[in-house]
Design a protein around this ligand. Sequence first.
Ligand SMILES: Cc1ncc(COP(=O)(O)O)c(C=O)c1O
Length: 368
Amino acid sequence: MLFDDFKLERHFARHEFTARHLISCSDAESIHLRELLDFEPGSRQKLEALWLGYSDSRGIPELRAEIRKLYTTVQDRDIVAHTGAQEPILNLFMGLIGPGDHVITHFPGYQSSYSVPKNLGAEVSLWKARPEEGWRLDLDELKRLLKPNTKLVILNCPHNPSGYVMPAAEYAALIAILRERGILLLSDEVYRGLEARAADRLPAAVDVYENAISLGVMSKAYGLAGLRVGWIATKNERVRLAFEKQKDYTTICGPIVAEWLASLALRHAGRLLERNRATVGANTAVFSAFLERRGERFEWVPPGGGTMGFPWRRDGKSMEPLAAKVLEREGLMLITGKYFDTDEKYFRLGLGRKDFPEVLAILERNLD
Ligand SMILES: Cc1ncc(COP(=O)(O)O)c(C=O)c1O
């Protein structure tokens, strides 16, 4: 089975490690292994004492115990650890979706959420966010998209690429719609914890809906992409078993060193999130100041959460020529809407990295 090229990941594969400056990344700033180990005295000795055999396919017990604490109603058995968030997305579709099924997915968004089901022969409808309404998702539109064979709806809040966070009342209404029809919800919560206002943080879907799958990962809000540790949490046993069975064909079990480090990091989740929220907040202010200078040319909806914003050119023209120019001239990688199957007037701003102000200054000096 040959899947469609994952446009964004192919583009990153080509330029991420040769470009000198990145302005469109989705992860929060990472840290070195030594800083993580410094979180707990004695951690180096414990790391050295790890047994390097196969481990529990669902994730090592220490890891699942820490993941459980991110939720309010979840038990360890409801969790299946994976390699990143990409593996569970693939396993969900491989294990539960096929020809004859209909999937509705938040759009624009992470390409695997629509390319994988499409390539597996499922019918896919795009639930389009409305930039003119602050990237809002319209529940009436969702109702119009529903079909008798709709099996799964995918929501990603805080959203990649816009930073949209659905208001709590609409989230509750969405779950009520899905509950009435017994439709599964994949809630991609990889940016959860980085809401601009703590009060806007939505409850994890697994805590409020029995047919939900909450997707989490160390890469984004926690800034530890190199660990490649992600997970799903669901109370639907049939769904959980589908993930467990599918994993037998993908990774069998996770890398124990990474799972152990992830459990250490999650014991200090609050500290990591606070640091990353501060970086995103400061960078959001830097971009707002840029818009005060350049507002005749660009516009955005300030993100409600996550690590990104998705501004656009007011004149509707493509950002691709500028992206090509800054890549060639400055080694600066800027991702436009083209890599999200949407209008090229948009570009993705990664607000999670510490060097954002300097990289934005490089972009700005190339504008005229
Ligand atoms: C919304 C969303 N889900 C899942 C993933 C995959 O995460 P990972 O790279 O950690 O596997 C990404 C990565 O960009 C993402 O933005």
